[in-house]
Design a protein around this ligand. Structure first.
Ligand SMILES: *Cc1c(COP(=O)(O)O)cnc(C)c1O
Length: 405
């Protein structure tokens, strides 16, 4: 690891300010009503009948999967892209279900729709999880058509895409159920948090019942949240970020497989932080897309984005020539504090804890992407000067100007 002191960009950031934390503390005094208000506002913004705010995206996933499994108890397998966030398989296992993988299509970050047809014949398949990775939209409509009349749910993982839109549709509302994460590094953050959206009456009712039985945050957990919110709001700034980054015990930017996480309802503190969510997500969207367009202006295209319009990205995913090039870029970026970062360290079948599950099938495209992907920061702290430096570094290490596949 390189130690750097001085301006250092985090790979992703959805900063909140002191006034948001004050609003969070005020929320504590307002109680559960403010969580309900937040959920009601989301319902009307997204035009869905059910919305539930919980402690994380992982928690949302577990609750959704358990509700789906109650509808079709004979189905217990969940199909996910072979390249995605490690939280997804951990939530599936936490829900007591089995992980199945589908490779992604070359040149995209989306499920390979040709490979998937066979998988859909599986009578034990409960649900497919198309994912808007880094904000690159997955073709959820196409998946729904392929599934047609089968009893298979579509769980739209919009963890990284809160506020994102594609072809006139709000991401998170296209599948049977959608979810957002409000963890740090996502499109909008309340320290941690997750949102479930659905119009499915059966799933909505089951979730409502289930949510009534799970606990909220205790006093100590709320204090921890407040402490983390204050720390995060200070340390995420590029002026300070070198400091937490240089502390190895914080394990910033590391990805781990972990199935033991709390499942709670969102606290009124978090709902208080989210009070101005609509203004904030739109502001972030505008600021990020300005950076995305600047990068695209130099001829770089995000991997996975097919046609002309740029998607609403939280990070700009880019495929480089090979793993050696990737390592060079990451090392230089670290020295210069540019915030270019690795994707997930491996495809899902390469996760150590899951070694005994996928012993036969291979997922070559996911493996290749895991080796060659880097993500460029586009968050509100990224300045025009930062973009220039990032582009200079990339041009040095990519022979052709366009290094996407
Ligand atoms: C972050 C993330 C999750 C999990 O969200 P948490 O709030 O971190 O638990 C799920 N899926 C994807 C694609 C993610 O990026």
């Amino acid at each position: 690891m390189v130690m750097r002191i001085g301006r250092t960009l985090p790979p992703a950031a959805s900063p909140f300010q002191l006034k948001d934390i004050v609003s969070g503390v005020a929320g504590l005094f307002e109680g559960d009503g403010i969580v309900k208000t937040f959920e009601d506002e989301l319902k009307s913004y997204y035009q869905v009948r059910y919305c539930f705010a919980v402690s994380s995206g992982k928690a949302a996933l577990v609750l959704i999967l358990q509700a789906m499994h109650k509808v079709y108890p004979e189905r217990d397998e969940v199909l996910i892209p072979a390249y995605t966030c490690y939280s997804v398989p951990s939530a599936i296992i936490r829900a007591g279900l089995k992980v199945q993988l589908c490779d992604i299509a070359p040149g995209t970050l989306d499920l390979d729709f040709e490979l998937i047809e066979d998988e859909l014949e599986n009578p034990r398949l409960l649900c497919v999880i198309p994912t808007h990775l880094y904000g690159v939209p997955s073709d959820v409509e196409r998946l729904k058509k392929l599934i047609s009349q089968r009893d298979i749910f579509v769980l739209e993982d919009a963890a990284q895409a809160m506020g994102g839109e594609w072809e006139g549709k709000k991401l998170g509302t296209v599948g049977d159920v959608g979810l957002f994460s409000m963890g740090r590094g996502k499109a909008f953050s309340t320290v941690e948090g997750g949102i479930i959206l659905t119009d499915n009456e059966r799933i909505g009712q089951l979730l409502e019942k289930q949510l009534a039985t799970i606990k909220g945050y205790g006093t100590f957990d709320c204090l921890k949240l407040i402490f983390n919110a204050v720390a995060l709001s200070i340390l995420i700034s590029p002026r300070i970020y070198w400091l937490p980054k240089s502390l190895p015990f914080l394990k910033l930017g590391e990805t781990h497989f972990n199935s033991s996480f709390p499942i709670r309802r969102l606290s009124s503190f978090q709902a208080g932080i989210a009070r101005r969510w609509e203004t904030t997500i739109n502001k972030f969207r505008v600021e990020r897309s300005a950076n995305v367009n600047k990068i695209a202006g130099y001829g770089f295209r995000p991997s996975g984005a097919s046609n002309g319009n740029m998607p609403d990205l939280v990070r700009f995913p880019l495929l480089v020539a090979d793993i050696v090039t990737k390592k060079k870029i990451l090392r230089k970026s670290e020295m210069m504090g540019l915030g270019i970062s690795d994707g997930y360290p491996n495809s899902i079948d390469g996760i150590n804890e899951l070694w005994n599950i996928f012993n036969v099938k291979k997922f070559p495209v996911a493996k290749d992407i895991a080796e060659r992907i880097v993500t460029l920061p586009v968050h509100p702290y990224v300045s025009g000067n930062d973009v220039k430096k990032i582009i200079q570094l990339l041009k040095l290490h990519t022979k052709q100007k366009r290094c996407y596949v």
